[in-house]
Design a protein around this ligand. Structure first.
Ligand code: GDP
Ligand code: MG
Length: 441
């Protein structure tokens, strides 16, 4: 019986691998999806090339087609690129009053986002926030921020006609210090296109107040253009993060990938509407799903992987509970250990155990011993693997010889197997409610 189960198990663990052709044909669809999502061509190309390399040879989960498996790999890689490792998460607004500078093109959503962020800081982080409009170009711009401020209950710097942006910024700083504010947000003017004057204005303000955060607000629907804008702003002013607005629209968010890939700047927030609470922290998983537009497939593959893992674990547990820990199981454990770099590698992954593993070196199980032990199991017959207690002295000799080792080596392995089988049986009993019964006594 255990032999038959063992056979099933073997089949489950041996999965196919993705061939170059599998990957290439799936990538054609991925490429279309990326371009439809407004990912810029060079970024899409570069991304696909990198993923192709990664995906070829990767394992295919049972009950999933190679194409579906590729989609899942692409999805995971999208998340990885969108996330980055250096993402700071929340805004850095220590050392009150912390200046936050908002920059971007006209109509990108700077003023709206300034107010949304102020509201978030006030309600979520309990910060005292002051907002100031430096937009001296558009007559109604300052009033717009003032009205939003009243609406969300956040103070705005009193409007003084005729001041230049740097003067207003300095006045905001003074007011923020005197008034005990945690943060002061500076909403700058924008143009339809980047020009010298606009950049110079923002640079002057930057030099005057040294912002803790300089957030670039970009229309998420503009795709390709957004990236050029971001690159330019970052070169000239220095940007610490990006806010993508209009992510509530029809666009599929490809700008996020292009932005991240080309500028390397973290996307901090996304705007999801005109309302004051339509602002969320950037979630790579969500945006990745939107860019690829293949959420069903990703979910399917994830489900298949989970089912497979659960089945494997359950099958193994059941057998262990019955005391069926045979040589094939032992071999699997040994191979697992080998993958993790032997006993030393395994222990170095556990916090505080690295040193101990070093001391054990030589005495511990290293890669060469693992190899020997696996070789010993390999030179047993199927029946012997299932029932090692049947081994006769003559067979032991032959097995050891087959692996190029001594009988004493084989005896050590058999002893280890008995100990492990014993342990598994005990653990299995505990799992069947033994522990609960103990606790109730
Ligand atoms: P600014 O010129 O950069 O200051 O842009 P505004 O903040 O004045 O925004 C321009 C328009 O875009 C306004 O009508 C906003 O309501 C709208 N807007 C801003 N953010 C979003 C967003 O995330 N989604 C949607 N749908 N509209 C937005
Ligand atoms: Mg504005």
């Amino acid at each position: 019986l255990s032999d038959r189960l063992g056979g099933v198990f073997d089949r489950l663990t041996k999965q196919g691998a993705l061939s170059e052709e599998d990957v290439r044909s799936a990538m054609r669809e991925v490429r279309v999806a990326l371009l439809e999502a407004d990912v810029s061509l060079p970024v899409a190309r570069q991304f696909i090339k990198a993923v192709e390399k990664k995906a070829t040879g990767a394992a295919v989960t049972r009950s999933v087609t190679p194409g579906q498996q590729v989609v899942k790999i692409v999805h995971d890689e999208l998340i990885a690129v969108l996330s980055g490792e250096d993402d700071p998460g929340e805004l850095r607004i220590d050392n009150a009053p912390a200046p936050v500078l908002m920059v971007g093109l006209q109509g990108s959503g700077k003023t709206t986002t300034t107010a949304k962020l102020a509201k978030r800081l006030k309600e979520r982080d309990r910060k005292k926030v002051l907002m100031a409009s430096l937009d001296v170009n558009r007559p109604a711009a300052m009033e717009q921020l003032q009205i939003l401020g009243t609406q969300i209950g956040v103070d705005t710097l009193p409007i003084v006609k005729g001041e230049d942006p740097v003067t207003i910024a300095k006045r905001a700083r003074t007011q923020a210090s005197l008034g005990g504010y945690d943060v002061y947000m500076l909403d700058t003017a924008g143009r339809l296109h980047i020009d010298e004057e606009l950049i110079q204005q923002a640079a002057d303000v930057r030099d005057a107040v040294s912002p803790r955060e300089t957030l670039l607000v970009v229309d998420g629907l503009t795709g390709q253009d957004a990236v050029n804008v971001a690159t330019e702003f970052d070169e000239k002013i220095g940007v610490s993060g990006v806010v993508l607005t209009r992510m509530d629209g029809d666009g599929r968010g490809g700008a996020a990938l292009s932005m991240r890939a080309i500028t390397g700047k973290p996307i901090r927030f996304v705007g999801l509407g005109e309302k004051m609470d339509a602002l969320e922290t950037f979630e790579p998983e969500r945006v990745a799903g939107r860019i690829l537009g293949m959420g069903d497939i990703v979910a399917l593959v994830e489900k298949a992987q989970q089912t497979l893992e659960a089945e494997q674990a359950e099958r193994m547990m059941k057998r262990f509970q019955k005391g069926q820990f045979n040589m094939n199981d032992l071999k699997m454990q040994l191979e697992q250990m080998q993958k993790m770099g032997g006993m030393e590698g395994m222990m170095s992954m556990m916090p505080g155990m690295g040193k101990m593993a070093k001391q054990m070196e030589g005495a511990g199980i290293d890669d060469s011993i693992l190899k020997q032990q696996i070789a010993l199991v390999n030179s047993m017959t199927k029946r012997e693997r299932a029932n090692p207690q049947l081994l006769q002295a003559s067979r032991k000799k032959r097995i050891a010889k087959g692996a190029g080792l001594e009988v004493s080596d084989l005896n050590k392995l058999l002893k280890m197997h008995r100990q492990m089988a014993d342990m598994m049986k005990k653990m299995g009993k505990m799992g069947k409610g033994g522990m609960m019964k103990q606790a109730m006594k």
